[in-house]
Design a protein. Structure first.
Length: 227
């Protein structure tokens, strides 16, 4: 006979505090997560018990955040910002379920994530994606992974080629970019597909993920990526 697991009552706000002290503090993107934690804690969902949160609650959080205006820029909150907040919440629920016993499931995993605007004029058609995918797969595995990372994350060519293993958190689905085109560091959420593609490559503790560089004029297939 199975023993019924007793769930400890903990609000999301308290769980986020614990996450910052015991998990996030050891991550390179700790400062960025600190800011996101403070944003989430200002939302009413933070006062709810973790085990009471449903997919509907997470979807409502997503929609409400997307409708808000960033007070610093005066612009609407971007899909990328909300995706990163959801990635943090997903990480929180996974750890809480396995290690803390404060919830039975991760409701974030089942909720649709906001689309990221890539700033491009046109996306590839499904037929073009299939043809290019076959083309890169025949060339070599690294090019295949680079191509699909571009589709999954909307990162620029230079950002993808500059990725380093020590800046990629496959467990929590975040890639940290210390330097971007506008000079400011940022975190990029990695979908499950993006993580699966990266896991096709030989993983290391540190160092460049790809041997190509953005300044290398001989990068095969370079015409398919745009800065």
């Amino acid at each position: 006979m199975f023993q019924k697991i007793k769930i400890r009552k903990m609000t999301i706000s308290r769980a986020l505090d614990k996450y910052l002290k015991t998990v996030s503090i050891h991550k390179k993107g700790h400062l960025q997560e600190f800011y996101r934690v403070n944003v989430i804690k200002r939302h009413p969902i933070a006062e709810r018990y973790m085990d009471d949160i449903t997919t509907v609650d997470i979807a409502n959080y997503r929609d409400q955040r997307l409708a808000q205006i960033n007070p610093r820029t005066g612009r609407q909150i971007t899909g990328n910002t909300v995706r990163l907040e959801l990635a943090l919440l997903s990480s929180l629920f996974n750890i809480a379920r396995v290690e803390w016993g404060t919830c039975r499931m991760n409701p974030v995993e089942l909720v649709r994530k906001p689309k990221i605007s890539s700033g491009r004029d046109r996306r590839l058609t499904s037929g073009e994606e299939r043809r290019l995918s076959r083309y890169f797969k025949e060339k070599n595995q690294a090019l295949y992974v680079i191509f699909h990372l571009a589709l999954e994350t909307a990162m620029r060519q230079g950002e993808i080629l500059s990725l380093r293993w020590e800046h990629v958190d496959l467990q929590h689905g975040v890639a940290h970019l210390p330097t971007t085109k506008n000079g400011a560091p940022r975190d990029v959420p990695l979908s499950r597909k993006a993580r699966n593609y990266l896991q096709m490559l030989p993983t290391q503790l540190n160092g460049n993920i790809f041997s190509y560089t953005s300044s290398d004029s001989k990068v095969p297939g370079e015409q398919h990526f745009r800065n």
